[in-house]
Design a protein around this ligand. Structure first.
Ligand code: ADP
Ligand code: MG
Length: 263
């Protein structure tokens, strides 16, 4: 195992995220649709925060705004004190379905962002470190079609980590996986974020997943999309499978379900 320092990851450097009264109104066949209403949120450096809420409450919209892919109707997003107006290399994005290139091997999928960025060619060590971190060892020369859905998402995660973003945005990255694979990857992701200390915003509608991974969970409601409550997850780290047996875990899951009106 390489140490975080050896792998040269920025320790959450530069990422203090500040959302200031974000409102997003879409046009829905002539009628206004308020996808986000007056959303404010501060994310601390190195923090892992989840957005949880029903389908359509504006989670993906929020990530797109933070990523600079969508300009909000009103309000501002600041990263490290500077206003986000367009996509930035320091912000990494990962989606539910992997966007791997089928004709590229695992390694060459992972090196793609480095190639695009025109990084100097001596990235072998860095790629090896990332492959080690997500435990893809032995699969370097495989092609995406030869991998399970869970392994493909590991490749997508490696591709995200290799460019060492200061902020990671993950939009339901494990949403298409079966329950067993999802739980396993949750454990792996917890280990990875604890080692790299990346500032991360994670979108899911799976409440246990959000609680297991996060330092805080922003619980969202719909019509209009908004933050109902931000919950602290006082669950010790490292998060390990047995964390799910702790009474605090069950209690926070229960309280979030309550906020969402599931009881
Ligand atoms: P979530 O990710 O929480 O499921 P989204 O952010 O995708 O929700 O969508 C929030 C709401 O905004 C939904 O009602 C969706 O239909 C609507 N919406 C999202 N993007 C657009 C768009 N580009 N144009 C119009 N409506 C949109
Ligand atoms: Mg979504």
């Amino acid at each position: 195992m390489v140490s975080v320092e050896a792998a040269g990851f920025r320790q959450g450097a530069g990422a203090v995220l500040h959302l200031d009264r974000i409102t997003q109104v879409f046009d829905k066949r002539g009628d206004p649709l308020v996808a986000l209403s007056d959303v404010s949120l501060n994310v601390r450096r190195g923090e892992f925060i989840s957005l949880v809420g029903p389908s359509g409450c504006g989670k993906s919209t929020m990530l797109k705004i933070i990523a600079g892919l969508l300009a909000p109707t009103s309000g501002s997003v600041y990263l490290g004190g500077s206003l986000i107006t367009e996509p930035r290399a320091e912000i990494g994005f990962m989606f539910q379905t992997s966007t791997l290139f089928p004709w590229r091997s695992v390694t060459r999928n992972i090196t793609l962002p480095l190639e695009i960025a025109g990084a100097s060619r001596d990235w072998n060590e860095r790629v090896a470190d990332v492959i080690d971190l997500v435990q893809l060892n032995g699969f370097e020369h495989h092609y995406p079609r030869e991998l399970s859905g869970g392994m493909q998402q590991r490749v997508a995660l490696s591709r995200l980590l290799v460019s060492d973003p200061s902020l990671m945005l993950l939009d339901e990255p494990f949403g298409a996986l079966d329950e067993f694979t999802r739980e396993h990857l949750n454990t792996e992701l917890a280990r990875i974020v604890e080692r790299t200390n990346k500032t991360t915003m994670f979108v899911t509608h799976n409440i246990p997943e959000a609680v297991f991974l996060s330092d805080r969970v922003a619980v969202m409601g719909s019509a209009p999309g908004r933050i109902l409550e931000v919950m602290d997850v006082d669950l010790p780290r490292p998060r390990v499978p047995a964390s799910r047996l702790r009474p605090e875990y069950a209690e926070i899951v229960y309280r979030i379900r309550e906020i969402l009106g599931l009881h």
